[in-house]
Structure formats: C-alpha cells, structure tokens
Write a protein that binds this ligand. Structure first.
Ligand SMILES: N[C@@H](CCC[C@H](N)C(=O)O)C(=O)O
Length: 270
C-alpha cells in the first residue's frame, strides 16, 4: 500500500498526519502500524499519529467536516491531544480543507473550536474537572499530585525544580484505582506569578517535549492553588517552547505555535 503522510509539531510535540479523507486508505488504524510510523529510528518518528477523516465517512452527524483520529506512539487511543489538534488544524488550513480564521474539529472528546492568528493557533478545549489528591512516584521520590481531566487523564505534581523528577525513562508510578486507564503525569515548577515550567511523561508516548492537554491541566492546578476564580492566563514553558493557557471555570483555551515541516509518500506492507 502506498499512502501520503505529513509531519508537524506544536512546541516539539510531534505527529505524523495521515490523510484518509473518505476512510478508504487506512480504516481502523492498526496499533503495530502506528508504532512503526512513530519509531524514531526505523519509521518517520513521532509522539503520535492523527488520521484526517471526514465525519461523514465515520457516520458521525457533526457540525464539523473533519474528525481527528488520534493515536499515541505505542498505538493506543486517547480522547484528546491539545498540541495534535493545533497541528491537525494547521494541516487543514495549508491544504485548503477548511477556511479560517475559525472552524470546528471533531474528536473523541467532542467538538473543539480552533482559531488561527498567524503562527499561533488556539483551541477551545472545553470543560475540565479535577478530582482527588493522589500521589506519583518517579525515581524513588514521591509527590502529591492533583487529578485533572482535560479530555484525558492527568496527574499534576508541583516540584521545587524540574530536575527533581530525574530521567523519565520509566512511567511514573500512579494509583491505578484513580487512573484505571493510565495517566499523563506533569511535573511543574513555579517560575513567577502566572508563569510555570513543566515536564511531562505521556501515557503511550513516554517523556515528550510538550503536551497541550498537560499544559491545560498544569494551568488548572496552578489556578486552583492560586484561588483564581475568573479567567486567568498562564504561561507554561515546556522543553519544546512556550504555551499559553487561559483557565475559566467552564473551559480552557490553549494557544501556541503549530507547523507542518515535511511530507511525502510511503510504501507499507504488513
Ligand atoms: N500530547 C498530547 C496528549 C496526547 C494523549 C496522551 N498521551 C494520552 O494518552 O492521553 C497533547 O498535546 O495534549
């Protein structure tokens, strides 16, 4: 099978974009195929894969034309990807598949609204919730963490220094009764008022250079600690750049750069 691909990133959280407009090229993505594409030595290399498919091809009755079918690097599913959807939107804009500056994209976490302003793309991530105070352990150190859901599950731990978490080769240990489907873990250092820095270990992808839903979870946990009640905008520095998150009681809006950097065709035989 020969197929087209694109590669893009948002603050160095990188993705393979697979056009499959009518659902006839890839169908339901095989986890082994996704993992092979994401392999950094034998494949294209990425933190995740997004299939670009029309909602109608999936039988969805949606106000959006396009559905983001997102997979982690190990082939597992996630409901939402905040950097991925902004890269997905950049792809749609560059290929003339949507008209800006504002448009919806459907996801497993429901409809999201995108807006473009030059190099920056924003996504209204919709509702968020927080849960219990839990614990995460990495490299024999344990921290208190807040359970946050931003379409997908997160545990946010405040640290004195980002280096405290050590190498994140292994997934941090977490309470499986709180997170039966796994968790994305953020380690967060305060830098200044409304300015934090974060490292993340992503479920299904390992330590990455950025995570959009994780930046939102981080901003939510920080806003709660700050007892913010109205909209508050946080700068979130990640190893791959800077994101901004506006936290309101009923939603977050994530803003940052997103670019497509390469594309081509590839032969694949299973
Ligand atoms: N990098 C993403 C999050 C991708 C999904 C996550 N690994 C999960 O399994 O929930 C982002 O930018 O939000």
């Amino acid at each position: 099978m020969e197929f087209a691909w694109f590669k893009g990133h948002g603050t160095e959280n990188d993705f393979v974009v697979l056009p499959d407009h009518d659902g006839t090229v890839h169908g339901d993505l095989d986890p082994a195929f996704v993992a092979a594409l994401c392999d950094r030595r034998r494949g294209i290399g990425a933190d995740g894969v997004m299939r670009v498919v029309r909602c109608t091809a999936l039988g969805h009755n949606s106000p959006a034309e396009w559905f983001m079918d997102y997979r982690n690097a190990d082939g597992s599913l996630s409901q939402m990807c905040g950097n991925g959807i902004r890269v997905f939107a950049r792809h749609l804009l560059e290929q003339g598949l949507v008209e800006g500056p504002e448009f919806p994209i459907d996801t497993r976490d429901g409809l999201k609204f995108l807006s473009v302003d030059g190099d920056e793309l924003s996504v209204d991530m919709g509702a968020w919730t927080t849960g219990t105070h839990t614990k995460v352990t990495a490299n024999d150190r344990t921290w208190e963490a807040l359970e946050v859901h931003t379409g997908n599950p997160h545990a946010v731990a405040f640290v004195d220094s980002l280096a405290d978490a050590g190498t994140l080769i292994e997934a941090p240990h977490h309470d499986e009764s709180v997170y039966p489907e796994g968790v994305n873990v953020e380690f967060v250092q305060r830098i200044a008022p409304q300015h934090v820095a974060m490292r993340v270990h992503e479920r299904g992808s390992g330590e990455t250079r950025s995570c959009g839903t994780g930046a939102c979870a981080t901003a939510i946990a920080t806003a709660k600690a700050d007892r913010e009640s109205g909209p508050a905008t946080y700068r979130v520095d990640v190893p791959g750049g800077t994101l901004h998150v506006t936290v309101s009681p009923d939603r977050t809006v994530l803003t940052g750069p997103a670019v497509i950097v390469a594309g081509g065709t590839m032969e694949w035989s299973a």
